[in-house]
Design a protein around this ligand. Structure first.
Ligand code: ADP
Length: 488
C-alpha cells in the first residue's frame, strides 16, 4: 500500500460521528468541523460538530447508566480495561499514524504515546479490583467506623490536543475502574484519536452510555450547561491554566469535584557536579519530546555559571541536528506545531528574549514552506526578565541562563506561579535531596528527563493544578468516601 493510501485507510476507518448512549450519530444541527494535518495545512476529514443539545443528550445517557454501571462487578470493569489495553497495543501502528496525521508529532513518538496510553488501562484494570475501605472502633470504644468508597458519578472530561490519546486514557481508565460514567469532549484539533478510542472501548464490551464522546468546535457553549447540571458530579480537565481557572469558577455553582492538570513552566537545573553527558541527553528529551508541546516540557534551563556555555553549545549541536519534517517521514524528529497561533506565540517569545539581550546559539526562525514548523532553537544568556522564563513556550525552544549558588538556583526555579515539574541534574546525593525538597512542584525528574508513568501520581501544585492522575491517587479522584457510624 502506498503511504497516502495507508493514510487514507486509517482516516477512513475512524468513526466521524458523536458517540452517545452506545450509538454513533450525527450532530443535532448536522454540522461538521474540519480536522487539519498541521504538517500540510490541508484537511484530513470532517467530524461531527456537536451542539449543546448533543452534550446534554450525552449527559442524559451517562446519568441514566450511572446506577447500573456503579454497581457492576469489579471483575467486569477490570476485564474491559484489560481488553482495551490489549487492543490499543495490537493496533498501535494504525493509531500512531492517525495521531501523527492530526497532531503532527513524529510516528515513533505517536507510537510511544499509544503504548503509554494503553498502560493507563493496564494499571487501572488492576486498580479496579482493589477498591477497598476500612473498619475500626470509635476512639472511645463505643461505635464502629465503616468507611466505604463509591463512584463519584457522571464525569465530564475535557482533553487537550498535545497527547490526544494518553490524556484521554489517563482519565477514562480510573473512571471506568471506579464505576463512573463519562462525557468526553476532546480537543477540536485532534478528535480522531478519541473517536478511535470510543470504537475500541465499544469493541471491548463497554456498555452503551458509559463512555460518550462529543466532538465540537464550541467548547465552552457545549460543556457550559453540563457544568451547571446537578446530575454531573465531576469535572476532569487537562489544558491551559487560563481555561482551568474559568472552569473552576464555573464549577463553583454545583460545588463540583474537579481535577485540573494545567500549565507548567518547568525549570531544568544543572549543577556543576552533574554528569554533563547525561544532562544534555535529559535536556534533549525534556525539551524536544512532543516538539516541546507538553506541560512537562523543560521550559527554561538554569545552569551553573561555569558550565553554562558548554551546555548551551552541546545542546545546540544536538538540537540543530534533528531532522524536521512531516511526522510520517523517516528519521523526522521534529514535527510541526499544532497551528498558526501556537507558532506565532513561540516566535514572539523568541523575539522578546533576543530583544532583552539573549544570544542565538542555534535556530530561531520559521522555515519556508507549508506546515506550522519552527526551528529547534537554543538561546543563551537569557535574562531572568525574558517572557519565556515566565510563560509556557509550548515549542522547540530552549532558553539557557546561569545561576550562582544552590540557593540562587532554587529561587530561580521557584520564581513562577506554576508548579508542575522540575528537572534536577546533580551527582551529589545530599544536594539532590535538598533541592528536591525545596522545589515547589508536584513532580521532580532527578537525573531523568521524563517523569510520566502510569503508576505514578502525575500532577502539579500552585497554578499547575488540583489533583493527581495515574497511580493509586488517580483512582481516588473518581471515588467518594462514605463513612457509616455503626451502633453496636
Ligand atoms: P491549549 O492552549 O493547549 O489548546 P486549552 O486550555 O485552550 O489548551 O484547551 C484544552 C481543552 O479545553 C480543549 O479541549 C479545548 O477545546 C477546551 N476548552 C477551551 N476553552 C474552553 C472553555 N472555555 N470551556 C470548556 N472547554 C474549553
Amino acid at each position: 500500500m502506498s503511504i497516502a493510501t495507508e493514510e487514507q485507510t486509517v482516516v477512513d476507518s475512524v468513526e466521524k460521528r458523536l458517540y452517545i448512549g452506545g450509538e454513533w450519530r450525527d450532530a443535532s444541527g448536522g454540522g461538521t468541523l474540519e480536522v487539519l494535518d498541521p504538517a500540510t495545512e490541508e484537511a484530513l476529514c470532517e467530524v461531527a460538530d456537536g451542539t449543546p443539545d448533543d452534550a446534554m443528550a450525552a449527559l442524559d445517557a451517562a446519568a441514566e447508566q450511572q446506577r447500573e454501571w456503579g454497581q457492576s462487578a469489579p471483575n467486569d470493569r477490570a476485564g474491559i480495561l484489560w481488553k482495551a489495553f490489549e487492543m490499543l497495543n495490537e493496533r498501535a501502528d494504525e493509531l500512531a499514524l492517525l495521531m501523527t496525521l492530526e497532531m503532527g508529532k513524529p510516528l515513533a513518538e505517536s507510537r510511544a504515546e499509544i503504548v503509554y496510553a494503553a498502560d493507563f488501562f493496564r494499571w487501572f484494570s488492576g486498580e479496579a479490583l482493589r477498591i477497598d475501605g476500612t473498619y475500626k472502633q470509635f476512639a472511645n470504644g463505643t461505635s464502629r467506623v465503616l468507611v466505604m468508597k463509591q463512584p463519584v458519578g457522571p464525569s465530564l472530561m475535557i482533553t487537550p490536543w498535545n497527547f490526544p490519546m494518553a490524556m484521554g486514557t489517563r482519565k477514562v481508565g480510573p473512571a471506568i475502574a471506579a464505576g463512573c460514567t463519562i462525557v468526553m469532549k476532546p480537543a477540536q484539533q485532534t478528535p480522531l484519536s478519541m473517536l478511535a478510542l470510543g470504537q475500541i472501548l465499544e469493541e471491548a464490551g463497554l456498555p452503551g452510555g458509559v463512555f460518550n464522546i462529543v466532538t465540537t468546535s464550541s467548547s465552552s457553549k457545549t460543556t457550559g450547561p453540563l457544568i451547571q447540571d446537578p446530575r454531573l458530579r465531576k469535572l476532569s480537565f487537562t489544558g491551559s491554566t487560563e481555561v482551568g481557572r474559568k472552569l473552576i469558577e464555573a464549577s463553583a455553582s454545583q460545588v463540583l469535584k474537579t481535577s485540573m492538570e494545567l500549565g507548567g513552566n518547568a525549570p531544568f537545573l544543572i549543577f556543576e557536579d552533574a554528569d554533563l553527558d547525561a544532562a544534555v541527553e535529559g535536556a534533549l528529551l525534556a525539551k524536544m519530546r512532543n516538539i516541546g508541546e507538553a506541560c512537562t516540557a523543560a521550559n527554561r534551563f538554569h545552569v551553573a555559571e561555569p558550565i553554562q556555555e558548554e551546555f548551551s553549545r552541546r545542546l545546540a549541536d544536538k538540537m540543530g541536528a534533528l531532522k524536521m519534517g512531516r511526522g510520517t517521514e523517516e528519521d523526522v524528529r521534529v514535527g510541526p506545531l499544532i497551528d498558526q497561533p501556537s507558532r506565532e506565540k513561540v516566535a514572539e517569545l523568541v523575539q522578546d528574549a533576543l530583544d532583552k539581550g539573549a544570544t542565538r546559539v542555534v535556530g530561531g526562525e520559521i522555515p519556508d514552506g507549508r506546515g506550522y514548523f519552527f526551528q529547534p532553537t537554543v538561546l543563551g544568556d537569557v535574562p531572568q526578565g525574558a517572557r519565556m522564563f515566565r510563560e509556557e513556550i509550548f515549542g522547540p525552544v530552549a532558553p539557557v541562563g546561569a545561576f550562582g549558588s544552590e540557593e540562587d538556583a532554587l529561587a530561580r526555579a521557584n520564581d513562577t506561579e506554576y508548579g508542575l515539574v522540575a528537572y534536577v541534574y546533580t551527582s551529589d546525593i545530599k544536594r539532590a535531596i535538598r533541592v528536591c525538597e525545596g522545589l515547589e512542584t508536584g513532580m521532580v525528574g532527578l537525573n531523568q528527563g521524563m517523569v510520566s508513568n502510569a503508576g505514578a501520581p502525575f500532577g502539579g501544585v500552585k497554578q499547575s493544578g488540583i489533583g493527581r492522575e495515574g497511580g493509586t491517587e488517580g483512582l481516588e479522584e473518581f471515588l467518594e468516601t462514605k463513612y457509616v457510624a455503626v451502633n453496636l
